[in-house]
Design a protein around this ligand. Structure first.
Ligand SMILES: Cc1cc2nc3c(=O)[nH]c(=O)nc-3n(C[C@H](O)[C@H](O)[C@H](O)COP(=O)(O)OP(=O)(O)OC[C@H]3O[C@@H](n4cnc5c(N)ncnc54)[C@H](O)[C@@H]3O)c2cc1C
Length: 482
């Protein structure tokens, strides 16, 4: 694999890409690196800050059609050059960083709707459609994607699929893998593959799902068919204060295991409620808080479902706080990802997302909290806010968000500190019975832990698949712990 490309090889690549997508849609090494620093992970930012960028693409190509994508991938195979797809570059793990150089494939301009089927409530769309705009455009027709990641204003539909993402309504509507029916994929050897039109079939293993969460290693998603819903006729919000986290978790377990499906169920630990949620809702929160939202096409059903869930909360000592807290959170849910709330260098920050069944989740919370709080010398002043925001009928996930007010003024030292927290917390989660992440993807941050998660045999299987479909290791080489 060519990792260091000479100036003349780079120019020849730019020329060849220009013949496929038009010269106006190609950036050379210098401009390409300036315009695309990589994704939004702290790792990407801190490396760029110290002038040692992680994303070192030799060219950026912006295709507009599947055929152009296929031609680019074939060119990369001919020249033995890496390809890294990029959507909205909102990933937080460094997955979209072109760490081995080569071609960065910017898919953000492939955003046509190919088909809208109002009878089946499905849509076939290209990967570059921005998620927020997608929802706005669908809402104008009374429809909804129901996939609302907090990064909606940057994220692309294709990036959500490739990173196996989740949205704030996942507890009812599922994660992105539950929204997708089918995909069109350019394979790592540059062929165009059309997968079965619906995910329920007996035609062998589900190859569409193999692309979901693959972060580009198995090819480029050039279109997908997604489920839609109607914009709900009613949304009912409420919030509850709990004496302790255990009761809040137990209320969530009873809600989920008895078949109720809140669209939103967010349980904040005491510090997250008083230092994070409180900033948004300013309701004088004093401790563990759960925000609930039920929605649906049939208002009477929404009310009935909500009433049963509220009873469950009250039986576990939950004190009803009313609709306003949830309504305000819903209105302001994107505000916190912008200044002055969003963290910036020289701070250090990261959100982890680990998931476990109900038998383990409280212990996972305790062990991860302990590991993070003890990972560093107290002089760094690490702060930690944790909430549970995606629930399943078998378990839940925790979002520990940590920050260090001022990180070291040295790249190696900063990365070492960052890796120590990630290592201690990831291993603590794994040992307590959790999966190393719920939906933020693997990228650079979790690549070293793929073996911990899948074991030797699992890694061999994954590596075998990769070798079989991508014999020249063109797509995102070195990623996914391979
Ligand atoms: C403030 C903030 C909040 C966030 N909140 C959430 C959240 O609520 N839920 C959530 O799930 N995530 C969240 N994220 C993480 C991130 O937004 C998601 O992972 C999102 O799905 C990434 O989409 P993207 O288009 O930006 O992908 P990118 O970052 O561009 O790429 C992600 C990965 O997918 C690959 N890829 C991109 N497009 C394709 C394609 N068409 N074919 C094949 N591979 C492709 C890339 O190579 C890379 O490996 C958040 C991020 C930020 C910064």
């Amino acid at each position: 694999m060519a990792e260091i490309m000479s100036e003349s090889e780079m120019k020849s690549l730019v020329d060849a890409l220009g013949k496929i997508v038009g010269p106006q849609n190609v950036l050379d090494r210098a401009t390409g690196r300036k315009k695309f620093i990589g994704d939004q992970s702290w790792l990407t930012y801190v490396h760029a800050h110290f002038n040692k960028p992680l994303s070192v693409q030799d060219a950026v190509a912006t295709p507009h059609t599947t055929e152009e994508v296929a031609a680019i991938v074939r060119l990369a195979n001919e020249r033995n050059i890496p390809v890294t797809p990029i959507g909205g570059a909102s990933g937080v793990q460094g997955a979209a960083d072109a760490t081995k150089g080569g071609i960065m494939l910017n898919l953000y301009e492939m955003k046509k709707i190919r088909n809208l089927d109002k009878k089946s409530l499905t849509i076939t769309v290209e990967p570059g459609y921005n998620v927020k705009q997608f929802e706005i455009d669908l809402n104008a027709q009374g429809l909804s994607f129901t996939h609302y990641p907090a990064s909606a204003e940057w994220a692309s539909v294709g990036g959500c699929l490739a990173a196996r993402g989740s949205g704030v309504l996942s507890t009812k509507y599922g994660n992105i893998q539950d929204h997708v029916l089918s995909c069109e994929v350019v394979t790592p050897t540059g062929e165009i593959m059309h997968l079965p039109r619906v995910p329920k079939h007996g035609a062998g293993p589900e190859l569409t799902q193999l692309q979901i969460g693959a972060e580009g290693i198995f090819g480029v998603i050039t279109a997908c068919t997604l489920k839609l819903r109607n914009v709900p006729a009613k949304r009912a919000f409420n919030a509850f204060h709990f004496e302790n986290l255990s009761n809040g978790i137990e209320a969530g377990r009873l809600i989920m295991t008895t078949g109720l499906r809140p669209a939103v169920m967010r349980l904040y630990d005491e510090y997250a409620a008083t230092h994070s949620l409180e900033r948004a809702v300013q309701a004088g929160l004093t401790g563990v808080t759960k925000v609930l939202m039920f929605d649906g096409d049939h208002p009477s059903l929404v009310d009935a479902e909500a009433a049963i869930a509220y009873d469950i909360c009250k039986k576990l000592g939950g004190k009803e706080l009313g609709a306003k807290i949830g309504e305000t959170w819903w209105e302001k849910r994107y505000v916190f990802y912008h200044p002055p709330y969003a963290p910036e260098l020289p701070q250090m920050w990261c959100t982890m997302d680990v998931v476990a069944d109900f038998a383990h989740i409280e212990n996972v919370y305790n062990k991860v909290t302990y590991a993070m709080k003890h990972a560093l010398d107290p002089k760094w002043g690490l702060h930690l806010k944790t909430h549970f925001s995606h629930w399943y009928d078998w378990g839940s996930m925790i979002y520990p968000r940590w920050g260090v007010p001022v990180g070291p003024n040295d790249l190696d030292e900063a990365v070492k500190l960052h890796n120590k927290i990630i290592h201690d917390a990831t291993m603590a989660a794994h040992e307590a019975g959790a999966v190393i992440n719920d939906h933020h993807g693997v990228g650079l941050r979790l690549a070293p832990y793929m073996k911990v998660e899948l074991g030797e045999a699992g890694m061999k299987f994954l590596g075998g698949l990769k070798k079989g479909v991508d014999p020249k290791n063109i797509m995102c080489p070195g990623k996914m712990g391979l």
